[in-house]
Structure formats: structure tokens, C-alpha cells
Design a protein around this ligand. Structure first.
Ligand code: GAL
Length: 818
């Protein structure tokens, strides 16, 4: 754009700003209201609840996001599934308890809310937007059904312009139904993601209709292409791009030429590229004018970055070959259930950053918008997934019921609602779908991939495949943009030869199982091993029949340049799928996590960290050193470290030097292991060496005495006074010398005073039936986490944690006005 054009344009903007100011910006553009407070909720099955005159005075007052099932109680009868899981090669049906979390999510739930919208006048457009509703939502406005959807993870919106009463009370009612046998994990229940109401002029930007891409990037400049769908006539669209400081770096304006689409190309000079290391975001402010009057404004964050996949270089981000150091995440937030909370998500991503993780796969469904916003801001590559099933079922009442009617719409909404997030670098059309078999499956794979391509020509599509031999023969794997292998490390070579793409993605890897702080003897690799306490050993040598240990994946990624990285199953434990105890009660959450359900790191965390986090030192020892009764018995010590060798000392006696080596087992290449150590109480010390054999780091752990004092460690001390923000306070106990007690199981009691509330607690024990929302819980392996939530008033907050016979712990937090 020439200088003259710029100054004319500025004049235009100034004039428009003046006009907008005169008539009141609120009236001239859109309004966006979050429907979060003032809802009523009931498990009622009474369909008259949709009516305006319905008496909901006895219903529970709730705010959205809300998960009606997370408060429990845990009970194995909820969604008790007597099934043979074909995927796991089971032939005979057995009782699977806890498969979906043993929480009361099955059945019907109703939400009701009344509101008036002074902004709304007939002729305006009003949209009710759901980021997800679990599940089969039926939406009523003023007693009339105005819309419905099916899949609980899908984004959708309903145009309620014709049914909204201007300047009167409107009654919104939403019915949700969760069928039994509809999930393989805990799906949550209710309006667990945000619900918003957008009111726009007749001349407007279509919902999710603007697509920003960056087709040309070099060191000096980047082209930002904006395609926007609009409604109305005699329109002008003007855009300004702001950098992260809010400074305008490019502007553009054009008149309507096509009926309902605008296209603009803007040039950003010396662009800051988005990457996990530099998550730089720009904002495009797009304005729509009709006959010179401002009618609509959107503010869309985006990143400038290029994404390529090739046989020669694999995955290339901004010209640099990059490997996915990724984790799969289910959507639940442990003790918060499925109800979205941005600070809980932020904490997860903060933990993953420290781990050195650079990518997330939203298994096996659409991610929350909040998670994508954080991935953009904090720098994570994102593999956004859609389905766990297509037409053929995995579970009787799964997505197979909706596939024919909804799959295209669900994919289109996924892409349209999220495609401006720079973090998303790949789509996934499915996970281990039974449709990997059969000619129909092939048609469905192509159909879905085409829908993704139609909606977004810039990103490739994968499917996580577990039937690898089948997909090599049928052509299923060959037709995908990205062949994703779930486990099956022994088939990577064959798949690489058979598939034409020239590279393989580890779309799901490891599924190693462990319980934080629990160690079993003898120390040996095992598959599907069961113990009487329903825990798994944290020596990280246990996996499932279909899965493997972390090193099997490390070797492939290190030795085969054509493996473009991995997504470990999973970053955090999740509710449901308590393999290998899914036939044993009690057990209601997974053992797969690198961190536990409370977000506390397991030992495995440090194994991945020693490899993924290339900035910080990792030097971690296991097991703990409190083994009363094991004196003199073999108690191997493992060290996870980024250093290649180290020497171990028990009470000052050297146990020798261990060196990472390719010549023994896969574990010897990535862990340092002293297999013959005999336990004696006291001090274990590890001294790590650099490449020249010089000692560079050391760590010690000591045998603890009896629990004496409670210690509190908050992840953040200052909260936003918005009634949502959380501090995650780790609670542990130490002996009278301050040494952590790793096996303590004391019953803790929590009290929050001041401008905060007790929200929940979690100890990461998959077998615990203590509910999260009551202010008491036992420590598990010496620890638990308490979630303290802000109120809407700023002020001081105190958390006090007490237990019989122990010195009470207390921590002061504060909340400030956002
Ligand atoms: C995979 C599946 C995941 C989870 C995992 C457990 O096959 O895709 O959803 O079930 O196994 O190992």
C-alpha cells in the first residue's frame, strides 16, 4: 500500500471512529455475552422443564462450565460395562468397572437460565454458541426447541434471532443425555464448556467465517491472507494487524466485490515467527462497514509460521526440521472433571513446558478453545483430533450412532472454529477406528480427509492407526497425508516401506503404566501386571500387551530420521480406563500418565525430561529410600538424567559408575541403573559426570523418620479475583529433621479462609474412592494437591491443612482484581 493510500485510509478510520463514537460503539457492532452465571440445574427427566412457566426454584444454582458428575460418589455400578474389548484382543466379555470413571454421568440433566438482552432488536442476528455440551444437547428458547446436536465434544451454534424476545425475559433450557456404553473414558457431563451469546447487525462477519493464513514468509516480510465470509451489501472491510505490543504493523481496506466473501493480502515487515520457543502472536482487527457505517468488528489472534511435511525432512516448522516431543491428553482436568478451567489448563501446560514437551494431541476429540489459546500463547504444537469412532462401533452407543448424520458438520465446525490457531499443525480424523477394516472404512477415511482439506487446505490429516498390517494392505494408510502409528514399534520399518509418504508419526506411543511413588520387587519388565493393592510399579518397566516402554520409542526416533516424533500416552493420568485393573474394583482412573491425576510428576516425568528438556539439568533418583523391612534386600536404584554417566553412593560407599550404553538393553541406553544395591537406611547420593568425566552435579535422598510437620507449596501465590482462578497447593509431610516422608498416608483436612474457597483435592491414587470436593483426603505416597479458588472479591486467602498428630501447615495467598 502506498503512503498516500495509508494516510487516506487513516482519515477514513478516524472518521469512522468518530461516527461509531457518536452512535455508541455498542449499538453499531456486536455484543458478546458469556452465559456463565445464574444457571439452574437438575437431574430431572421431566420434559416440561423446557417450558417458560416451569418452576425451577428447587433446582441447584450452578455456573457454567459445570460437570454434574464429578462430585460422585464413585460407584462401580455407574456405566458398568460387561464387554470384550476387541481392540485389546479380548474374546470373552468380562465386567469392566471404572472404565468411564465410576462417576454418575449417565442419564439426563437439565440446565435453565433466564436473561434479557437490551441490545437485541428485531433484524439483528443472535447466535447461541456452545463450545461443547455433554451430550446430545437439545436447546429450548422460551419453551420452543431451537436446536440440537449430538457429539458432546463438538462446537456448534444456533441462530436464535427469530425466537429471542426483545426487552423481555427469555428462558433458555438445555437438555443433555448421556447414554450408557457411549465412551471408553470419563466423558464428563453437562455444560462443561462455555456457552456464549453473540448479537450482531444484519451486516456482519459470519460465525467462524474468517480464515487467516500466512502463505508467503521470508526474513523480510510475510503475506497475511484473510478470507472473510460476510452478510450484507455495500460493504467495506478494513483490517489492521497489530503486533504483540498493540502497534499497527499493516493495514488494508477493500470494497465488496463478491456476494459474501472478502479476500485481503497484507504485508507484515520483518515478521516475528510463531514457534514453540517463540510463541509470538499478532492480532488482526477486521472491521465491516456498510455504506460507510461501522457494523461489525472482530479481533482474531494469529501467528506467522510455515508448516511443511516432506519425505526428505519430515516435519518442518519455519524451515527447521522439528520432531514432535508430544503427549496425548484426554480432556478431563482430574479433580475438576471435564469442566473447563483456564488456570488448570495453564498449570498443565506449565508442567509440560518444564518437561520439554512441545506438542499436544487432543485425544480423541475436539480440544477446548481455552486449551488452544494457551497452546498459542505458551508455544505448543497441536494435533487436533476429532473422533474415536466412525461408522463402526468400539462402544455400543459411541459416535457410530451419529457418524452418518453429523461427521461432516462436526469436522467442518472443528476446522472453522479453530483454524486460526497457529498451534494447530495437523488434524486427526480419528483414533484406532474399527473402520480401518473394510472397504467402507476406506471411503470414510477419504471422505473425512477431503472435508478437512476443503475447510483447510493448509494442514495435513492423520489417523492414529493400530491395525497397521491391515492398513498397509488395504491402502488406508497410503491415502492419509500423515501415516500415524499407535504403538506397534515392531512395524515401523515395514510401514515406512509400505506407505508412500516417506515418514511415520508416532501418533500414540508408550502406554507405560506406573503409580506415583509405588515400587514393586523384583524389578523386572512385565506386561499387564496386577498387584493386590491395584497399583503399578514406578520403576517404569511395566506396560500393556499392546504397548511398550519409553525407550522403544526413543530408539526409533533417534535412529530413524524418518520418524517425525511421538505423542506419548499420556501426559497426565485421566479419569476412567484404569488398565490393568479395569476388571478389579476399586480403580477408577488411569496409570498411563507421565504425571498423575493431581498433576504431580511420576518418576517417568524425569525420564522424558532428561531427553526433551534440553535447557535444564535433570538428575532424578528412584525409588524413595524408606524401606523398613527390606534391609539387606536387593533394591535397585535408577537415575534419570541428561548426563551420560554417574556414580552412586549408599551411606558413603560407592556402588560403582554407570554409563549409558547402546550395547545392552534399550533401558541401558537412556537410564543409569544400579541393579544390585542392597537397601540400608541412610543416604543415597548420585554424582553425575560430564563428557570428560568431571563431576558436575549431585543429588541426595535420605531415609525419613516419622511424619511430623505439614508442608504447603502453592504453584501460584497471587490469583485473579474472578471467581475462577486457582492455586494448586502441593501438600506433603516431613519428619522432624525436614526430610520428606515418601510413604505417608495421613488423612488431611483443609480449611480456606478469606477471599478464596476450597475447590477440590486430589492425591493421584487411582484406587481412592474419596471424592474430590470434600475438604479431606489421605496423602498418597506422601503427597496430594489442594485447589484453592478465588472469589470475585480481591483480598487475602489462607489455606490451612491439618492432620491428627502433625504440625499444621498454612499458606497465605492473595487475589487481586483482574
Ligand atoms: C490406545 C487408545 C487409547 C488408550 C490407550 C491405552 O490404543 O488409542 O485411547 O486406550 O490405547 O493404552
Amino acid at each position: 500500500m502506498s503512503l498516500i493510500a495509508v494516510s487516506r485510509f487513516s482519515l477514513f478510520l478516524l472518521l469512522m471512529g468518530y461516527l461509531a463514537g457518536c452512535s455508541g460503539a455498542k449499538d453499531t457492532t456486536r455484543s458478546h455475552t458469556l452465559l456463565s452465571d445464574g444457571w439452574k440445574f437438575s437431574r430431572s427427566t421431566d420434559d416440561t422443564a423446557s417450558a417458560t412457566n416451569f418452576d425451577d426454584s428447587g433446582w441447584e444454582k450452578v455456573s457454567i462450565p459445570h460437570d454434574w458428575a464429578i462430585t460422585g460418589p464413585f460407584d462401580k455400578e455407574w456405566d458398568r460395562q460387561v464387554v470384550a474389548i476387541e481392540q485389546n484382543n479380548e474374546k470373552i466379555p468380562t465386567e469392566k468397572t471404572g472404565r468411564t470413571g465410576a462417576l454418575p454421568h449417565i442419564g439426563t440433566g437439565w440446565y435453565r437460565k433466564t436473561f434479557t438482552l437490551p441490545d437485541f432488536k428485531p433484524g439483528k442476528q443472535a447466535l447461541l454458541v456452545f463450545d461443547g455440551a455433554m451430550s446430545q444437547p437439545v436447546v429450548y428458547l422460551n419453551g420452543k426447541q431451537v436446536g440440537q446436536w449430538a457429539y458432546g465434544y463438538a462446537y456448534f451454534y444456533i441462530d436464535i434471532s427469530k425466537d429471542l424476545l426483545p426487552n423481555q425475559t427469555n428462558t433458555l433450557a438445555v437438555k443433555l443425555t448421556n447414554l450408557p456404553f457411549s465412551s471408553r473414558w470419563y466423558p464428563g457431563a453437562g455444560l462443561y464448556r462455555k456457552v456464549s451469546l453473540i448479537v450482531k447487525n444484519p451486516e456482519n462477519f459470519e460465525q467462524w467465517g474468517t480464515f487467516i493464513t500466512t502463505p508467503k514468509i521470508d526474513a523480510n516480510s510475510a503475506t497475511v491472507n484473510i478470507k472473510a465470509k460476510t452478510a450484507g451489501q455495500n460493504l467495506t472491510m478494513s483490517t489492521r494487524i497489530e503486533d504483540a505490543n498493540g502497534t499497527t504493523v499493516a493495514t488494508f481496506q477493500n470494497e465488496q466485490t463478491a456476494k459474501d466473501t472478502f479476500e485481503q493480502n497484507l504485508t507484515v515487515k520483518a515478521p516475528h515467527l510463531w514457534s514453540p520457543e517463540t510463541p509470538y502472536l499478532y492480532t488482526a482487527v477486521t472491521e465491516l462497514y456498510a455504506n460507510g457505517t461501522l457494523k461489525d468488528v472482530q479481533s482474531i489472534k494469529f501467528g506467522i509460521r510455515s508448516v511443511e511435511y516432506s519425505a526428505a525432512k519430515g516435519f518442518v516448522l519455519n524451515g527447521k526440521a522439528t520432531k514432535f516431543k508430544g503427549v496425548c491428553l484426554h480432556h478431563d482436568l482430574g479433580p475438576l472433571g471435564a469442566a473447563i478451567n483456564k488456570s488448570a489448563l495453564r498449570r498443565q501446560l506449565t508442567i509440560l513446558k518444564d518437561l520439554g514437551c512441545n506438542a499436544i494431541r487432543s485425544s480423541h476429540n475436539m480440544p477446548s478453545i481455552e486449551q488452544l489459546e494457551l497452546a498459542d500463547e505458551m508455544g505448543f504444537l497441536f494435533l487436533a483430533e476429532s473422533f474415536d469412532e466412525w461408522g463402526k462401533p468400539k462402544v455400543e452407543n459411541g459416535y457410530n450412532l451419529f457418524f452418518e448424520q453429523y461427521a461432516e458438520k462436526d469436522v467442518a465446525n472443528l476446522v472453522r472454529a479453530t483454524r486460526n490457531h497457529p498451534s494447530i499443525v495437523m488434524w486427526s480424523a480419528g483414533n484406532e477406528v474399527p473402520d480401518q477394516y473394510g472397504a467402507e472404512g476406506l471411503v470414510r477415511a477419504k471422505f473425512l480427509q477431503d472435508v478437512f482439506h476443503r475447510e483447510d487446505p493448509t494442514r495435513p490429516v492423520t489417523v492414529g492407526m493400530d491395525q497397521v498390517k491391515q492398513t498397509m494392505e488395504s491402502g488406508f494408510g497410503a491415502l492419509l497425508d500423515i501415516p500415524g502409528l499407535n504403538y506397534r514399534t515392531h512395524l515401523y520399518e515395514d510401514a515406512h516401506k509400505a506407505f508412500p509418504q516417506g515418514f511415520i508419526l508416532g501418533s500414540e506411543t508408550a502406554s507405560t503404566i506406573s503409580s506415583r511413588g509405588v515400587y514393586k520387587f523384583p524389578v523386572e519388565p512385565a506386561k499387564d501386571k496386577n498387584y493386590p493393592d491395584h497399583q503399578c510399579s514406578s520403576y517404569d518397566l511395566e506396560s500393556c500387551v499392546w504397548s511398550n516402554l519409553p525407550e522403544d520409542d526413543f530408539i526409533l526416533q533417534d535412529d530413524k530420521p524418518w520418524v517425525i516424533g511421538e505423542f506419548v500416552w499420556t501426559g497426565f493420568d485421566y479419569l476412567g480406563e484404569p488398565w490393568p485393573y479395569d476388571e478389579h474394583w476399586p480403580s477408577r482412573s488411569s496409570y498411563f500418565g507421565i504425571s498423575d491425576l493431581a498433576g504431580l510428576p511420576k518418576d517417568r516425568y524425569y525420564l522424558y525430561r532428561s531427553r526433551w528438556n534440553t535447557q535444564d539439568e535433570t538428575l532424578h533418583m528412584l525409588p524413595h529410600w524408606n524401606w523398613e523391612g527390606r534391609e539387606g534386600q536387593t533394591t535397585p536404584v535408577f537415575v534419570y538424567t541428561n548426563y551420560d554417566s554417574a556414580e552412586l553412593f549408599v551411606n558413603g560407599k560407592s556402588m560403582g559408575i554407570q554409563q549409558k550404553t547402546k550395547d545392552k538393553t534399550p533401558q541401558h541406553r537412556y537410564r543409569l541403573m544400579w541393579m544390585d544395591v542392597k537397601y540400608e537406611p541412610g543416604t543415597v547420593k548420585v554424582v553425575a559426570f560430564d563428557k570428560d568425566g568431571k563431576p558436575v552435579a549431585q543429588k541426595e535422598m535420605k531415609t525419613a523418620g516419622k511424619p511430623h510437620r505439614i508442608v504447603l507449596d502453592p504453584d501460584v501465590k497471587t490469583l485473579k479475583a474472578d471467581g475462577q482462578d486457582l492455586s494448586f497447593v502441593t501438600v506433603s509431610v516431613v519428619d522432624k529433621n525436614g526430610i520428606p516422608c515418601p510413604t505417608a498416608t495421613n488423612q488431611m483436612h483443609f480449611k480456606v479462609s478469606g477471599q478464596g474457597t476450597y475447590k477440590a483435592a486430589c492425591n493421584g491414587d487411582a484406587t481412592s474412592l474419596e471424592v474430590f470436593h470434600l475438604p479431606t483426603m489421605k496423602l498418597f505416597s506422601g503427597k496430594l494437591v489442594v485447589l484453592v479458588q478465588s472469589t470475585q472479591a480481591a483480598g487475602d486467602i489462607t489455606l490451612e491443612v491439618s492432620a491428627d498428630g502433625l504440625q499444621t501447615g498454612s499458606v497465605g495467598l492473595k487475589s487481586v482484581k483482574p
